[in-house]
Design a protein around this ligand. Sequence first.
Ligand code: ZN
Length: 224
Amino acid sequence: MIQEKAIVVFSGGQDSTTCLFWAKERFSEVEAVTFDYGQRHRLEIECAAEIAQELGVKHHILDMSLLNQLAPSALTRNEIEVADGKDDELPSSFVPGRNLVFLSFAGILAAQVGAKYIVTGVCETDFSGYPDCRDIFIKSLNVTLNLSMDKAFVIETPLMWLNKAQTWELADSLGALEFIRERTLTCYNGIKSDGCGTCPACKLRQRGLEQYISSKKNEQQAQM
Ligand code: ZN
């Protein structure tokens, strides 16, 4: 256990909830921050608040409505359909600058509450082409944040090189698989738990879970 405080960037979805469990095992003190940017699904913020309360984690909700005003996307506008990008285009769910803004504000919050670690669930493996989920972006921003505040923050990205099946495996190893399956919201159509089953986020989540469960079964059979 590291005797330091960590801030977890927390949306109430599968990835950031896994990160929250991960951080709670690793750091002596953990707080969570959720950004309210006018998400299409208000339930996301309710889910995050419920989970934080249940895990006994102090929860900050910061108003980021400016991001919605500047960067309309399928995650903030009902009239934009969630779709994968065609050819070289980014998916319509991409919010330009989102992780730059979120992690910068997480850094400001970390400075205020005396946290050295900032934990985020960004992932390059399943990154759908989002440039601000790449490891190189996170490393670059870590340097920039430290220079901007003369601090020694460490941005932790426990999911960076995991695929969805491995993220479920991590959740399971933290004893949190069922909790995360039932309590989190990842679905672009705003349906908790297993979701709508048809949007890109649900498909990715479901496929990962099936892969993990079948590989676990195979392993158990091999041991018998
Ligand atoms: Zn869905």
